[in-house]
Design a protein around this ligand. Structure first.
Ligand SMILES: [Fe+2]
Length: 227
């Protein structure tokens, strides 16, 4: 059963992500800035299957391992590279003319690093891993729809992008699978712990987008000072 605090978090994620200054519709992003945004996001995207694999090892119930395995399989394209989320992501970046090597060799910002460390620290902590899993799935579709809008704005000739379509199709199932995993939590204390880890993960995501925005703004200010 999902607790009221967790439900509040779930319901708040769409608005929280949409209200990030990075996704302000007035912000006109150039190609370099888009490359920067998509490079920072890649650091999290590429680690997520590893996180799910660790999650399978720490969840005690077979039914939950099986649910997370389904999510993991979809993330990895069910054996088809082009359907893998990272494969489809690079497919979208290619349409934008963004070089894959440049993305892979990018340096994570401190706030990106903090988000990555959050996921790394879940490897041996079942309650934290579950909290981060829930929080990520609550936000995933809204993150992808906002990043996807930036992609589509830069590609006016296109109506859709596979990376977005995959999430629209799969995310409702991911959220349901994450909710099901809560079934093994039996005490109110453990529920509270999962909830506070989920809230921590949400804060790290919000900081992650803010960190990118602040970096873009500071680079723009430096450029105006030089000019
Ligand atoms: Fe997902």
């Amino acid at each position: 059963m999902i607790s009221s605090d967790l439900l509040i978090l779930k319901e708040s994620r769409k608005a929280a992500i949409q209200s990030s200054p990075l996704f302000n519709r007035e912000l006109d992003l150039n190609r370099n800035e888009l490359t920067f945004i998509f490079s920072q996001y890649w650091h999290l995207l590429t680690y997520f299957p590893n996180f799910l694999a660790y999650l399978i090892t720490v969840l005690p119930r077979l039914s939950d391992k099986s649910s997370v395995a389904r999510v993991l399989s979809e993330e990895l394209g069910d054996g088809n590279l082009e359907e893998a989320h990272e494969g489809a992501y690079f497919g979208a970046l290619k349409l934008l003319g963004i070089d894959e090597n440049q993305v892979r060799s990018s340096v994570p910002l401190p706030k990106t690093q903090s988000m990555m460390s959050g996921y790394y620290s879940c490897a041996n902590e079942p309650l934290k891993a579950l909290g981060f899993f829930l929080s990520t799935e609550f936000a995933d579709l809204w993150i992808v729809s906002n990043l996807g809008r930036l992609m589509l704005n830069a590609l006016p000739e296109r109506q859709t992008i596979k990376w977005i379509d995959l999430h629209v199709k799969q995310e409702p199932g991911h959220v349901a699978d994450a909710n099901d995993c809560l079934g093994w939590i039996s005490t109110p204390d453990d529920h509270n712990r999962v909830t506070s880890h989920a809230q921590e993960c949400a804060r790290l995501w919000d900081d992650f987008f803010l960190g990118i925005y602040e970096e873009i703004e500071s680079a723009r200010k430096k450029l105006t000072t030089v000019i």
